[in-house]
Ligand binder design. Structure first.
Ligand SMILES: Cc1cc2nc3c(=O)[nH]c(=O)nc-3n(C[C@H](O)[C@H](O)[C@H](O)COP(=O)(O)O)c2cc1C
Length: 181
């Protein structure tokens, strides 16, 4: 079984992105085990930290390096993905030459309360992941729109269309992990 980290771009407790991550965890096939990894405690990246890194950076880098792949579940902030997620990606990419993200299978799921499903966030994130050499699953794409109608108050997916998208995504991602291993 492969260990996969899920990084969630929203830090709020009632986040639809977090609900989406939990739904993916619940529907993942048995070949992959998904853990949600915290990113909200990481100080803003500062290149001075390359010489003397905070303990939280060391622990995060070690934790991330122990996974076989990464799924990013992100909302859209001003047509891009949120700063917290960019910060985590930056922390893992440095010091220069020690990019921990490189070479592993990645997946991107975007969410939005609007109808576009976080398209801008999804594709800005893909641009960054290309540079970090994450091997991103291209298809199926997963844009989860209108999230206020996708979940019930307990965080269960009640929208059949979204459930189908998430299920197709996680099955394809698990096959992608198999293929790259
Ligand atoms: C600072 C900010 C910027 C936002 N910009 C966008 C946007 O560009 N596109 C969009 O679809 N939703 C945007 N939203 C609304 C988010 O889709 C909505 O707040 C969503 O619930 C956030 O995801 P979460 O539930 O995982 O926290 C924005 C929200 C915030 C707080």
């Amino acid at each position: 079984m492969k260990k996969i980290a899920i990084l969630v771009g929203s830090l709020r407790k009632q986040s639809y992105s977090l609900m989406t991550a939990n739904a993916l965890k619940a529907m993942a096939p048995s070949s992959i085990a998904l853990d949600i990894v915290d990113i909200g405690h990481l100080p803003l990246y500062n290149q001075d930290f390359d010489a003397a890194s905070p303990d939280s950076y060391d622990a995060f880098r070690k934790q991330i390096a122990s996974y076989d792949g990464y799924i990013f579940v992100t909302p859209e902030h001003n047509r891009s993905f949120p700063a917290a997620l960019k910060n985590a990606l930056d922390v893992g990419s440095r010091p220069w030459g020690q990019n921990i993200w490189s070479g592993k299978p990645g997946g991107v799921v975007s969410t939005s309360i609007g109808g576009l499903g976080g398209f801008g966030a999804n594709h800005h994130l893909r641009q960054v992941l290309a540079f970090l050499n994450v091997q991103v699953l291209q298809q199926p794409e997963a844009y989860i729109g209108n999230t206020m109608a996708v979940f019930d108050s307990d965080g269960n997916v009640v929208d059949e269309g979204a459930k189908g998208s998430l299920s197709r995504f996680i099955e394809a991602y698990a096959a992608w992990v198999d293929k790259l291993s």
